[in-house]
Ligand binder design. Structure first.
Ligand code: PMP
Length: 393
């Protein structure tokens, strides 16, 4: 029974159970933390805290070992098929992870006339590093072409046919996103390899899938994956970029630029243990269902426009599932105002342009994003308020 499973897990989030009048609906921005993660960090900081590296004493050695173990844990969490060859590089989050790919790898392997394909309708963190790479190389006299990743108009999925048409013998690099942070669309990234061929390097932004569904490197045939720990129940300020080893990708050693975020690493390890124990498939089922409950309710109200893939594609379709992210606008009330109204009822949502690479003020909208601690009651409460606002307009 999923609801019993959920209730037992929900009870492990002190910030949720401690605030029964509030409903947190902004997990795409950051996730809440289960007690097990808080405990792991507390345990580390009260028993072994030291800097990592060449320690001559127990705490430092323990810290170094914890970081090594966490690297291995990231690989198992990602179902890494070749853990001996691959690399894990800890970063502060997805943004720095993608920048690391650009700075430590992409810049040095592109030559004049090479081409990249960039998803400009996704998060800006997955556009800027590639634009900066192009600019940096241009300053050195190397001209690199950027092409825009094509999208299907109705589903917002990547358009594989159009993508195939963009690929040529100069295409070196494709950036993609696992789950879209505004539309909630599962972008079907497992299809990209067949479209672009074996030689093109694929870099994946897994910010919105990590901790929400299985991220499986034996299935998604990509070369780099970047993610943030704070969206997957770990502390803020820790994330990682994983690199498949088969092409010999190497990050610059000592990538921490100083002392590592050891308590962050500990929190990430604990979060991955906790999430796997909870069951990523069940987490996905739970949040997808909550999202459907919301889109079903919203679609009955005249005043709201849901952004992204239409409902017909969101049911249990093998083609595309909407993850637990639902973004909408009220036709009469501005999104910021709607955000304030919801906040006054204890509902925490995101209301703005959501850092989309190509978005302006006019594109502001309200985003509801769910995790396993959310309940059907959260959705029904939200829908009740949205229904009242529908009748008023
Ligand atoms: N990519 C996507 C798809 C995101 O949703 C986010 C966070 N909103 C980021 C990248 C950036 O993540 P961070 O701020 O943790 O680096």
């Amino acid at each position: 029974d999923l609801s019993e499973w959920q209730a037992a897990l929900r009870s492990q989030f002190p910030i949720i159970t401690g605030h029964p009048a509030l409903r947190y609906l902004d997990s795409s921005a950051t996730s809440q933390k289960p007690q097990a993660v808080l405990d792991a960090v507390h345990q580390y900081l009260t028993t072994s805290n030291a800097n990592a590296g060449r320690g001559t004493y127990t705490w430092a050695n323990r810290t170094t070992a914890l970081i090594d173990q966490a690297e291995t844990r990231v690989k198992t969490f990602l179902h890494d098929p070749e853990p001996e060859q691959s690399q894990v590089h800890f970063t502060s989050g997805t943004t720095e992870g993608l920048r690391t790919v650009a700075r430590d790898w992409l810049v040095s392997c592109l030559t004049d006339g090479d081409e990249m394909i960039v998803p400009f309708a996704d998060h800006q963190a997955n556009a800027q590093p590639w634009l900066e790479t192009q600019r940096l190389l241009a300053e050195r006299g190397t001209r690199v072409v950027i092409r825009e990743m094509p999208y299907e108009a109705d589903s917002h999925d990547y358009d594989q046919q159009a993508l195939a048409g963009l690929v040529n013998d100069r295409t070196r690099f494709v950036a993609a996103t696992h789950v879209h942070h505004v539309y909630g669309a599962d972008m079907n990234v497992h299809r990209i390899r067949a479209t672009v061929g074996p030689e093109v390097v694929i870099c994946l932004d897994a910010a919105q899938s990590i901790g929400h569904k299985t991220v499986d490197m034996s299935d998604l045939d990509v070369d780099f994956v970047a993610f943030s720990g704070h969206k997957a129940m770990a502390l803020p300020g820790i994330g990682a970029v994983w690199a498949r080893g088969r092409r010999g990708h190497r990050f610059e050693p000592g990538g921490w630029n100083g002392s590592p975020n050891t308590s962050g690493v500990v929190s990430l390890h604990a979060a991955f243990d906790w999430l796997e124990e909870a069951g990523l498939e069940r987490i996905e089922d739970w949040t997808v269902d909550l999202g459907l409950r919301l889109t079903d309710g919203l679609s009955k109200l005249r005043s709201y426009e849901i952004l992204g893939c239409p409902l017909s594609l969101t049911a249990d379709s093998a083609v595309q599932r909407r993850q637990g992210i639902v973004t909408f606008r009220h036709r009469g009330i501005g999104s910021n105002d709607l955000g304030f109204i919801l906040a006054s009822h204890g509902l925490m949502v995101r209301a703005d342009g959501h850092c989309q690479a190509q978005a302006g003020e006019k594109d502001s909208s309200v985003r509801v994003s769910l995790h396993l601690y959310n309940t059907p009651e959260d959705i029904d409460h939200l829908l009740q308020i949205l229904t009242d606002l529908d009748h008023e307009s």
